[in-house]
Design a protein. Structure first.
Lengths: 448, 305
């Protein structure tokens, strides 16, 4: 009897376990945004709008950023436009996680990539090797996307191997050195042109209880940007040169940049808690007038103008002497990369998804110009901004034609090992007792 | 019952579900981690077999050495802090003469039920060099000891270890309280009849009888310390620089930030081995007298008793 009982109980236990582990039946399953696609019905052939190549009906899954106005506004606008141009397409959005691309990697590893997904350069390199990303050369040609890309943004359309793997929407962007004009005027501080003048300004601000520059040092990209800004004063190639394998971290430009950053930190340029300060905290310090300067991308102009009005402006990066300061006005830190909307080659509607990806990227550009106050987009779109660009943007726009060199943002670096080392080591530079020599040694190791 | 245990089929059937789950969810991934540690692998595809290259690189990596040092510091700090304070608090609270025992019992355990993220954010606010409570207290008291608590490359690891120790001390306290409660009152009565003071009763009765509890506490805190990750991920992101890296953080960096999954798996394999060694050493240190006698006997006679 006991044997029968034991056997019966074991069977029941196993059954419960399998029931618990099993997935829902198809009838119960709610729409799954991660599955490649759902419906496939060919509709009757009819005349297609210009640039639209397919009228196949489909629901496409899309993995995209949708967290703040800068990402929500363009997405919503693009989806609205899609309804008119592609009434046969429905998008299922899955909001991108801020997780260094781990979720996307997991999807790729398990064969569950969405039909369309936003991708960074480092992931493109990985996905290329594993065949998880579609080559979009033909679609870029057929949809006319290629012809709309600004001449100055050709570098962000093509991958190193000459192929197109993603439809970009952001153009080349820039690291801006913002400053609060009112604070500078109040303490009679001139906009620094040289590092010596910058050190004097730091001293003045510190003695008056003002943080010279607020930095969100908990994020590695901004400390990397600071290092890059300084390095470009000696070598316009900046960190891009190292990433491209065209230079060594032991070169004078990088050694000098590390030493200068260390000098500025020791002089008290940043707040004491800089290594653990996040973006919101640092930005608040600048917008509240607790800090005189702030480093961020040009996308910050709208927010800064809204909060500080005419009191905020940007300055050219200070340099080691006046001559190099003048010469360096055309060498900028920042840039773009061949990244944007990519397509899963195993999608049931790969061709249609590629068309839609190109369409979305174009509409993102329109939305950014019209509603986000930035002309720095990848495509030449025929739209007008709803409101005038901020004065700072107009000033930058006037400088754009004269820009002779641009580097890379940290997230556009293709060498992931170098990128990680750069983030870690430049964060270390915010610590007074870490030496520039240690930074250079570790950066050099990461490149070898 | 004896007959039941002799039924091999029943044993297999009852153990099967748990074994299956353990194999699929724990054993297989660990084996996979060991296997992939011999590959150059980016997380996609099958990778390339490179033998011991990942291990060779790992042992030459300065961050690996730093991570091990940090793990050791972290483990020692939390072990000493948690076990010492938990023992004292448990002994005090177990004394029926102490007033407010129930309140203290709850108060010591509250940090355990809080989310790690909440605790880390709380301590981030307290430890902030510019606006933090701790520096403000020093300033208010006129003590010139304001610090960049989390930005000091040499001391940040101690501060983070303290935060972990503060949060999980209550867990060890609860284990010890349970251990103390399971000791029969007769032993204390006998000690009292023999004229033992409270201190003597605890040193001769309570602590020796809590041996198994201490073994569990030591295992939890040492292995927990070696594989620490969450606090540094939230509070310092391994920084400043890589000053608060541990092996787990190194694994995270290699796999998820650099897409060097093979290297990350090598780091994870070393971590698993370290935890196993710690458990073996603790088991060996806490062997019963009887076990030791048995082992001596088998050594002498070559037989098992």
């Amino acid at each position: 009897m006991k044997r029968i009982m034991a056997f019966a109980m074991s069977i029941i236990l196993c059954l419960f376990m399998f029931i618990g582990c099993s997935s829902k039946t198809e009838d119960e399953t709610t729409p799954d945004t991660t599955s490649p696609s759902e419906t496939t019905t060919e509709s009757a052939t009819e005349t297609l709008p210009e640039g639209v190549l397919s009228n196949e009906e489909a629901t496409l899954s899309i993995y995209a950023q949708y967290s703040d106005d800068d990402t929500k506004v363009p997405y919503d606008y693009a989806v609205e436009q899609l309804k008119t141009a592609y009434p046969n397409v429905t998008l299922n959005l899955e909001v991108q996680a801020q997780d260094d691309g781990q979720k996307l990697m997991t999807y790729a590893a398990t064969g569950n990539l969405p039909d369309i997904y936003q991708v960074a350069l480092a992931q493109i390199e990985n996905f290329k090797q594993s065949g998880n990303i579609m080559v979009l050369n033909d679609v870029a040609e057929a949809t006319g996307f290629k012809d709309k890309v600004f001449e100055s943004a050709q570098n962000i359309l093509y991958n190193e191997d000459g192929n197109i793997y993603a439809f970009p929407y952001a153009g080349n962007e820039y690291v801006m050195w913002y400053y609060n004009k009112a604070i500078f005027e109040k303490y009679n501080v001139e906009v620094p042109k040289t590092f010596d003048e910058l050190l004097t300004a730091i001293d003045t601000f510190n003695s008056n209880g003002i943080t010279p520059m607020a930095i969100f040092g908990s994020e590695g990209w901004i400390t990397s940007a600071m290092f890059d800004v300084l390095a470009t004063r000696w070598d316009a190639g900046g960190i891009a040169k190292l990433d491209n394998g065209e230079g060594s971290a032991t070169e004078d430009a990088y050694v000098n940049a590390a030493k200068m950053m260390n000098t500025l930190v020791k002089a008290g340029m940043f707040q004491g808690s800089a290594p653990t300060t996040n973006y919101d905290q640092a930005s608040q310090m600048f917008l509240n007038g607790e800090a005189a300067m702030f480093l961020n991308g040009q996308w910050y102009m709208t927010d800064a103008t809204t909060a500080l009005g005419q009191d905020v402006d940007w300055m050219y990066y200070p340099s080691y002497d006046e001559a190099s300061y003048e010469a360096g006005k055309t060498a900028w830190s920042g840039g773009g990369a061949a990244a944007g909307y990519a397509v899963n080659p195993d999608s049931k509607h790969a061709q249609l998804a590629a068309e839609v990806a190109a369409f979305l990227s174009e509409k993102y550009c329109e939305a950014k110009v019209m509603y986000r106050g930035t002309p720095l987009v990848a495509l030449d779109v025929d739209v007008e901004p709803q409101t005038e660009f901020p004065a700072m943007m107009q000033k930058l726009q006037a400088d754009l034609p004269g820009i002779t060199s641009i580097t890379k943002f940290d997230w556009h670096l293709s060498n992931a090992t170098f990128k990680t080392a750069l983030e870690d080591q430049t964060k270390y530079l915010l610590v007074k007792d870490y030496t520039p020599e240690e930074v250079i040694k570790e950066l050099d190791n990461s490149l070898n | 019952m004896k007959k039941f245990y002799s039924n091999k089929l029943a044993i297999v059937l009852f153990a099967f579900p748990a074994l299956l789950v353990f194999t699929v969810m724990v054993f297989y991934p660990i084996v996979q981690a060991f296997v992939k540690s011999f590959y150059e692998w980016n997380g996609l595809g099958s990778g390339t077999f490179i033998g011991f290259d990942n291990y060779t690189k790992l042992f030459g990596d300065t961050v690996f050495k730093l991570s091990n040092k940090n793990a050791l510091i972290f483990a020692l700090v939390i072990t000493v802090f948690q076990m010492t304070l938990a023992s004292i608090f448990a002994l005090v609270v177990s004394n029926k003469k102490v007033k407010g025992r129930n309140f203290l019992r709850v108060a010591y355990f509250i940090p355990v039920v809080l989310s790690v993220t909440v605790v880390c954010q709380l301590w981030l606010a307290i430890l902030n060099a510019d606006t933090g409570l701790l520096n403000a207290i020093f300033k208010a008291l006129g003590i010139n000891y304001e610090q960049n608590w989390l930005s000091d490359r040499h001391h940040a690891i101690y501060v983070i270890a303290f935060v972990n120790a503060w949060q999980w001390m209550g867990y060890q306290f609860a284990l010890m309280m349970a251990g103390i409660k399971s000791i029969p009152n007769d032993y204390y009565e006998a000690a009292r009849i023999d004229g033992a003071s409270t201190l003597q009763a605890h040193s001769k009765v309570t602590i020796p009888l809590l041996k198994e509890t201490y073994k569990i506490c030591l295992t939890i805190s040492l292995t927990g310390g070696v594989k620490a990750f969450t606090e540094m991920f939230i509070m310092t992101k391994g920084g400043p620089g890589n000053a608060t890296y541990t092996l787990t953080y190194l694994m995270y960096k290699a796999a998820f930030r650099e897409y060097r999954y093979g290297y990350g798996m090598a780091s994870a394999s070393i971590l698993v081995i370290q935890c196993l060694v710690i458990i073996l050493v603790i088991n060996w240190l806490f062997r019963d007298k009887e076990d030791r006698r048995e082992s001596r006997w088998s050594k002498k006679t070559g037989q098992v008793k």
